[in-house]
Design a protein around this ligand. Structure first.
Ligand SMILES: [Zn+2]
Length: 91
């Protein structure tokens, strides 16, 4: 199985089902790392807080961050949805 070049985790056998890295726009990385790139891309400190809230499954912290940042880019919303495996955001 192909491994993610960033975290070494398993990648989807179908390359396009993974995430395209924003760093060079041609390297495929796993969807978790793709989410991190997307979130850190908007605002590094806010992105990290959001990732931490997601990883801790801390819903109140997550909601507080989202409240402060109501206009998340669609790419970020879809990344968060993918990470949770369900639709947290409608867009
Ligand atoms: Zn990865």
């Amino acid at each position: 199985m192909k491994k993610c070049p960033i975290c070494g985790g398993d990648m989807h056998p179908n390359e396009v089902m993974n995430s395209l890295s924003r760093v060079d726009n041609k390297t495929y990385i796993c969807n978790d790392c793709g989410t991190k790139e997307a979130l850190e891309g908007i605002d590094r400190s806010l992105g990290r807080l959001l990732i931490k809230a997601i990883e801790d499954k801390d819903r109140p912290a997550f909601d507080a961050i989202i409240e402060r940042f109501p206009r998340l880019p669609v790419s970020v919303m879809s990344a968060v949805n993918a990470r949770f495996g369900r639709k947290l955001f409608e867009y």
